[in-house]
Each structure stands twice: as structure tokens, then as C-alpha cells.
Design a protein around this ligand. Structure first.
Ligand code: ATP
Ligand code: MG
Length: 385
């Protein structure tokens, strides 16, 4: 067993006011579940949580897992010792590097400790200098800062590094949303961004089998699993658009293909959202990225639904989106070369500025519109993740 502990900090922002317990309880559950299969113990104190009693070999695994829990803002691996000044000083001297300048920054949450934080800083500073006289103290720009945390439970924690984590709000505190998950780069990032604000994610993937391959669908499954690292018990559903696309292809003007397909997608999505108690639809659209993401196109596709549609990437550049995709681990899967259903029957000149009137006129040529949607919904597939 390691004598180290891992300190978990969460943001103060949402913990103010009457909802504090609600948010904290969900955060605690999420941390507990995330570490459930690991050999460690969790302690939940006021303002800070601690992971203790784990084998040294799994320390980095615990830290990586915590980085996937929204609501955790930072963690520090700390060395643990008792209240005895000799013991603290010996550990402090051992941790402080042999060269350069340093400072000690103590925090005393155990208010009955005989020394206050200033006295701890000074005494430890002196003791470190005794052990390593070549060092200098620099309170303003030290090469090394040793943090000392005197806790109520008889423990003192010493650490020198804080790692930023995901931040955000505890998963499950922000309502439920239906994510339109393609196999591309953008939609997993869109899901991640709203999950980060606490929203529970259910994913919906459209395919056009056999025009799109089984591998293309597998890719969406892989992406949902990656999102699952952040979104506990995420669900994935798949719907076939094949018959809808064939019908549009036969009955409508070619350049309306994408716009019409997207309106079908949105209608189906809204129905799936309602059936799964999701209050909104989430997609990965970014303004102007492709023809279907101009203001006019978005207006026309948005017109068929009445629930909120969240587009967290709307103002982001592709390279900014890619940066997040790399950070969350979805990028490598997203760039696997499998076709998306939107590329089936792709017209040479897709509409860039569709209007609702003209699109409705095209749609009116599809006589069995509602039946097509019903049939797609009947054949919806829930994927085992
Ligand atoms: P992405 O990288 O997410 O695939 P994109 O840049 O390819 O996005 P579009 O193909 O126009 O852009 O899709 C815009 C959004 O529509 C996607 O981000 C996604 O939310 C949704 N979408 C597109 N294709 C599908 C699909 N096959 N299944 C589910 N949702 C889809
Ligand atoms: Mg795509």
C-alpha cells in the first residue's frame, strides 16, 4: 500500500446555496462509481475528497480516471504523515529539491493544531534550510513550492504539484440530451461539451446500410464507448435512413438531398428524444463548415422541431474542435476512413441557401412521409455498449 494520497478538489461555483448537497452527492456517486473496481478507499470531507490506501502501481490509473469525472477541477498526489513536527520536517526536507529557491505554503484546516499556517511555514522553512543549507527561501518567485495541508483527521499532506482535471458540473445534474452522433470528429466533441456541463447523454446514430458499411456503424459504437468514459451508462441507438434516402433520391431534386435528409433526421431525433425523456437535441454543427451548416440551412433543418437544439461547436474553428477531440481521445477513431450516411446520394451542388418554402415544396412530393418516419422508428436498434 502506498502512503500517498490523492487530493480531489471541486469547484466552489455550484456548491453555493441550497443545491450544494444535491450537486455534491451526485459528484460523490460519480467518483465512487468511476473507482469502484479499483483497490482504494475514498474519504469525503468538507470542501475536499481524498483517495487513500491504494497500491502504488495504480496511482496513475486513479488520477486518469478522476480526470474523466466532470466536476473534479484538480487533483494532487500528496505524501502523508502525522502531526509530529519532526516527521513533517523530515518529509519536507526530503521532498524539496537539492538546488535553487523554495517556499512553504501551509494550510491548516485543523484549527486546533498548535501552530497556525504562518508558523508552520516558518518552522518548516527553517528545518528545510538546516537539512539543505545550500537552498534559499524566495516567497515571491520560488523555484519550488511545497504545499502543506494539516487536516482534521490526524493527517498532514505534503505536495508540490496540482493537475488540472475536466472541471464542469457533475454528470447527471444538467438534464438529459439526445446527441446526434455521426462517425465524424465534431459530434463526439459536442456531446463531451454538454456532458461537461452536467448533461446526461443518449446518442443516436443514423446509418444507410448497405450503402454505408457495417464498419461505419462500428465506428459510431466505438465513439460512443469513448464518450462513455465521461458519460457513465451512455446509451446508443441506431436508425436506418436507407429507405428515406432512396425515396428522396427517386422523388426529389438532387440538390435538395442533404437538406431533406437532415430534416428527416431532426424529426426522427425529436421523436427519439421524447421517447427517451431527453429535453433537447445536441449536434456538432459549426457555422459555415459545410453547405448544411450555413445559417439558411440550419434555419430550414431547425424548423421541423420545437425542442431546443444545442450546438456547442457553432462558433468554433475545426482546429479548436480537433484539439478537444485529441484531448478526450476520440480523434484517432473519428478519422478512420468510413463513409457517413450524409455522403450517400451526395449531390454535386448541394444547396447553400435553402428556403423553407422551396424545401417544403420538395417534401410535398414524398407522399408517404410520415410512414417513412414511423418505419424508421419501429426499426430502431439499441446497441449494447
Ligand atoms: P461530424 O464531424 O460530427 O460528423 P460534420 O462536420 O461531418 O460533423 P455534418 O455531416 O454536416 O457535419 O453533420 C452535422 C451534425 O449532424 C453532426 O455533427 C452530427 O451531430 C449530425 N450528424 C451527421 N451525420 C450523422 C449521423 N450519421 N448520425 C447521427 N448524427 C449525424
Ligand atoms: Mg460527418
Amino acid at each position: 500500500m502506498s502512503d500517498n494520497v490523492i487530493l480531489i478538489r471541486f469547484g466552489e461555483l455550484y456548491l453555493k446555496g441550497k443545491n450544494k448537497d444535491y450537486f455534491e452527492n451526485i459528484l460523490k456517486d460519480n467518483i465512487r462509481n468511476k473507482l469502484a473496481d479499483l483497490d482504494c478507499k475514498l474519504y469525503f470531507g468538507r470542501g475536499r475528497y481524498v483517495v487513500k490506501q491504494y497500491p502504488q502501481a495504480i496511482e496513475s490509473t486513479i488520477v486518469s480516471r478522476l480526470k474523466q469525472v466532470f466536476g473534479v477541477h484538480s487533483v494532487s498526489v500528496a505524501h502523508r504523515c502525522g502531526y509530529e513536527m519532526d516527521e513533517i520536517a523530515a518529509l519536507a526536507a526530503e521532498l524539496t529539491p537539492d538546488r535553487g529557491s523554495f517556499r512553504v505554503t501551509a494550510h491548516r484546516s485543523y484549527k486546533k493544531y498548535p501552530l497556525d499556517s504562518l508558523q508552520i511555514n516558518m518552522q518548516l522553512g527553517e528545518r528545510i534550510l538546516q537539512a539543505k543549507p545550500q537552498l534559499t527561501v524566495d516567497l515571491h518567485k520560488p523555484d519550488y513550492t511545497l504545499y502543506v495541508d494539516v487536516r482534521e483527521d490526524g493527517d498532514v499532506y505534503l505536495y508540490d504539484r496540482t493537475e488540472r482535471c475536466s472541471g464542469g458540473m457533475p454528470y447527471g445534474t444538467g438534464g438529459k440530451g439526445l446527441l446526434l452522433l455521426s462517425g465524424g470528429i465534431d459530434s463526439p466533441v459536442a456531446g463531451y461539451m454538454l456532458a461537461k456541463r452536467g448533461m446526461s447523454i443518449t446518442a443516436l446514430h443514423f446509418h444507410s446500410y448497405p450503402y454505408t458499411s457495417q464498419a461505419a456503424k462500428e465506428k459510431a459504437v466505438k465513439l460512443a464507448r469513448i464518450l462513455g468514459e465521461y458519460c457513465p451508462s451512455i446509451k446508443l441507438m441506431c436508425v436506418s435512413l436507407t429507405e428515406i434516402q432512396e425515396t428522396i433520391h427517386k422523388q426529389c431534386k438532387p440538390n435538395y438531398m442533404i437538406t431533406l435528409v437532415r430534416r428527416f433526421m431532426m424529426r426522427i431525433a425529436q421523436e427519439v428524444a421524447k421517447r427517451n425523456s431527453c429535453g433537447c437535441i445536441i449536434n456538432g454543427e459549426s457555422l459555415g463548415q459545410v453547405a448544411s451548416q450555413t445559417l439558411e440551412s440550419i434555419t430550414v433543418t431547425n424548423a421541423v422541431v420545437d425542442m431546443p437544439v444545442f450546438r456547442p461547436l457553432i462558433g468554433m474553428d475545426k482546429d479548436e474542435i480537433i484539439e478537444i477531440a485529441q484531448k478526450i481521445g476520440s480523434f484517432e477513431t473519428s478519422i478512420e476512413p468510413f463513409e457517413d450516411c450524409c455522403t450517400v446520394f451526395l449531390p454535386e451542388f448541394p444547396l447553400i441557401k435553402p428556403t423553407v418554402e422551396k424545401v417544403e415544396e420538395q417534401e410535398s412530393r414524398i407522399t408517404d412521409y410520415n410512414e417513412l418516419i414511423e418505419k424508421a422508428l419501429e426499426n430502431i436498434e439499441l446497441i449494447e455498449l
